[in-house]
Design a protein around this ligand. Structure first.
Ligand SMILES: O=C1O[C@H](COP(=O)(O)O)[C@@H](O)[C@H](O)[C@H]1O
Length: 241
């Protein structure tokens, strides 16, 4: 549904869902994700969910963790990770363990992206092996977006971006080294992310909405604003001011 707050240039085939504040948006998003997970469990006996890190998803994680569904049949992974120990304050795994894998959701099965090797580049292969145990494609993917138009860890300044955005890649995950951020990243590739059955994007604030409008309206390339690769029919965007 279009409202006066809908971003300029938003195509009709992308949903725009708004709420007055973060808790209300988080609950709305959590209910939608829980419905998708339940439907996947009914249809296929299990459900796979990938979530993003950063500050935005915390209230959503909390809301989702209180939803009643058969969490023993849900597998959760990350859209991206910083190459830091799982106990590190910047770890997306830590964020998910503390805020999502609690309450009702404590019995979900989690597969993180950080593996033992000493660098993200060396860790790619072991993470690929760990990811192979999940059921693919993802049933549900919840993305976020940075103010530079990155999503997952597909950063515009990462030297590896071209490979990570390649539609034909066989890789599920890839190491990226964007100079704009302090830690190396591991990210699911565009090809893996785009195969998800349901893709949702959670955004907060007017600044992020302006970034989205820039990606929608400007004739820029995907490697300048990687979020553009995901602005496709069926996407659901959840936004609060
Ligand atoms: O670095 C990251 O940034 C984006 C956005 O994070 P936020 O703090 O602005 O919500 C996030 O989607 C991505 O997963 C994360 O690793």
């Amino acid at each position: 549904m279009r409202t006066p707050e809908s971003p300029i240039g938003l195509p009709e085939n992308i949903d725009w869902v708004t709420a007055v504040d973060p808790p209300t948006l988080a609950l709305r998003l959590a209910r939608q994700v829980a419905d998708f997970l339940n439907a996947a469990i009914t249809e296929r006996g299990r459900a796979t969910l990938a979530v993003s890190g950063g500050r935005t998803p915390v209230p959503f994680f909390r809301a989702l963790s209180s939803m009643k569904l058969d969490w023993t049949k849900v597998e959760i992974t990350l859209a991206d990770e910083r190459w830091v120990a799982p106990a590190h304050p910047d770890s997306n795994e830590r964020l998910v363990r503390e805020n999502l894998l609690v309450g009702e959701a404590a019995s979900a099965h989690f597969v993180g992206l950080k593996s033992e090797p000493s660098s993200a580049t060396r860790g790619q292969e072991s993470t690929e092996r760990a990811l192979a145990e999940l059921a693919w494609p993802l049933d549900v993917l919840v993305l976020g977006m940075g103010n530079d138009g990155h999503t997952a860890s597909l950063f515009p300044d990462a030297p590896e971006l071209g490979d990570a955005l390649a539609v034909a890649t066989q890789r599920r995950c890839m190491a990226l080294h964007p100079p704009s951020v302090p830690q190396a990243r591991l990210s699911l590739t565009r090809s893996t992310l785009c195969q998800a059955r349901h893709v949702l994007l959670q955004l907060q604030g007017k600044e992020k909405k302006a970034v989205l409008e820039k990606a929608l309206v400007n004739p820029c390339r995907e490697d300048e604003m990687p979020i553009r690769a995901f602005l496709r029919p069926g996407l659901k965007i959840y936004w609060n001011p």
